[in-house]
Every structure is written in C-alpha cells, then in structure tokens.
Write a protein that binds this ligand. Structure first.
Ligand SMILES: NC(=O)c1ccc[n+]([C@@H]2O[C@H](COP(=O)([O-])OP(=O)(O)OC[C@H]3O[C@@H](n4cnc5c(N)ncnc54)[C@H](OP(=O)(O)O)[C@@H]3O)[C@@H](O)[C@H]2O)c1
Length: 230
C-alpha cells in the first residue's frame, strides 16, 4: 500500500526559531497565515504532532472554517482530518484539548507505553503500539491502511528532524515571520542530523508567497533545485 504524501508545516522567526523559552505560546503566524494553514489542514487526511507540542501548546488542530469542513463532507470525507499523536513516554493527559474536539484520533507509541495510554485515554483515541520503538515508516504504513494519503506534520522540531533525516518528507512549508527570538535555548525547526542528500543538497523551491508580513517558502526535499552554486 502506498505510504502517505508527507508535508511538514512550520512557522519560524527570521533567526530560525519556532518558539521562545517563555511558558506562553509564541505567535509567529499572522491571521492570514493561520487561514492558509487551515486550508492545508482541510486538504489533508491526517494531522500529526509530537507529544511535547501537545503538552506545551495544548492545540486543538481543527479545520476552523465551516465552509472547508462542508467541502470535505461534499467530497465524501469526514469534516475533520484524523488527528495523530506520537509518544514514547505515554505521558499524555486525557484533559488535553487535542482529545476533545474534531474527529477520530490515533496515538502511536512503543509497546511499553501502550497499557498506560489505554488506561488513561479509554475511548478518546485508538492506541497503536508498534514494537519496542515507533518506527516512522511503520507508522506511515499503518496510516496508509487507514486511508491516509496525505499527512500534514505540524511539529515540533524533534518530529520534523526524524521525517527529514529518514527521507520520509515530501514537502516543507516554512512560514517566515518578521520577528527575532534571539535565544539559542529556543527550539528550532530541526535539530542536528544527517539531512537528505547531505550538506550540499539544494532542495527544489516549489513556491514563494507573501502572506501579509509572513513569507511562505515551499520546498520539495526529495528534488534538487538544479541551480548552479558558484
Ligand atoms: N512554530 C511552529 O510552527 C511550531 C509547531 C509545532 C511545535 N512548535 C514548538 O516546538 C516545540 C516542541 O518541539 P520538540 O522538538 O521539543 O518536541 P515535539 O517534536 O513536539 O515532540 C517530541 C516528543 O514526541 C515524541 N516522539 C518523537 N519522536 C518519536 C518517535 N519516533 N517515537 C515515539 N515518540 C516520539 C516523544 O514524546 P514523549 O516525550 O511523550 O516520549 C518526544 O519527546 C514547542 O516549543 C512548540 O511550541 C512550534
């Protein structure tokens, strides 16, 4: 079965950070860009986030526009994409907003965390254990078996890094916000790693779009830009 097309979506400051180190969530996108993200969500079969982002930001991950939900239903889809969480520890509070809005939810974990998660979450989500660790390829296979053809990944950096270094990302959406964070302890879009094609690989640039004061860059990491470097 064909694995889903994987789109990584992220907003970052001009100095490359995706959050600051304060307890409050840092707003990087503007209103128009949040609406753009809403459209990308509406076009996806599933939306995935990492457990740290769930605990820290407590997002709902919904398609907010009623007309976009209606469009999905007219296409024979559920109004909301499947929501996907991934955890090693299994420390996911059942009161998180993620569990209490939108449609179906699935959480991937290693065998060791499954019993705890089933006990805490009851029927809030389908808990899927994938062996001693969660292999992202196996997770994509399982998502494919659930009918997911297009997966949107909304971070954080630990998750984005794994999809990229394992060659599993097809598209990157980077929204660059006109702010500086200026704190080297803040999280970045990706952590250190061996990225596809090595350091010299120039990804194909699919699009540059101004979204009010934010700039969207769309890259295709599996394709080369073909541009000369000297
Ligand atoms: N600006 C943006 O667009 C944006 C978007 C999203 C997030 N963020 C920011 O990103 C930061 C969080 O990023 P992060 O890198 O610290 O964390 P993260 O990527 O959100 O989550 C990491 C956690 O996910 C689980 N995980 C990751 N890979 C796994 C695997 N292969 N198997 C099983 N579990 C796995 C683990 O959960 P356990 O700890 O439960 O074991 C791990 O600790 C936050 O500050 C958030 O605000 C920014």
């Amino acid at each position: 079965m064909q694995r889903p097309y994987v789109l990584l979506s992220c907003a970052m400051s001009v100095d490359g950070y995706i959050d600051d180190t304060t307890p409050e969530r840092l707003s990087l996108s503007n209103v128009k860009d949040f609406d753009r993200v809403d459209e990308v969500r509406a076009e996806s079969d599933a939306i995935l986030i990492g457990a740290t982002t769930m605990r820290r930001d407590n997002p709902r991950l919904l398609v907010n526009s009623e007309s976009r939900r209606a469009r999905r239903v007219a296409q024979g889809l559920p109004p909301y994409p499947l929501k996907v969480a991934i955890t090693t520890s299994g420390d996911l509070d059942p009161d998180l907003r993620f569990w209490h809005s939108g449609g179906e939810k699935v959480v991937y974990c290693p065998d060791a965390a499954a019993a705890k998660l089933r006990l805490t979450l009851h029927d809030l989500a389908d808990v899927v254990n994938l062996g001693p660790t969660v292999d992202l390829g196996r997770m994509l296979d399982d998502l494919a078996s659930r009918g997911v053809r297009r997966l949107m990944v909304e971070g954080g950096g630990t998750i984005h890094t794994q999809f990229l270094t394992q060659g599993l990302a097809d598209e990157i959406h980077l929204a660059i916000a006109p702010i500086f964070v200026g704190d080297s302890n803040a999280p970045r879009f990706v952590n250190p790693g061996n990225f596809p094609g090595g350091t010299g690989h120039r990804m194909a640039l699919a699009e540059v779009r101004a979204v009010d004061d934010v700039v969207l860059l769309r890259y295709l990491p599996k394709e080369s830009s073909g541009s000369p470097t000297s």
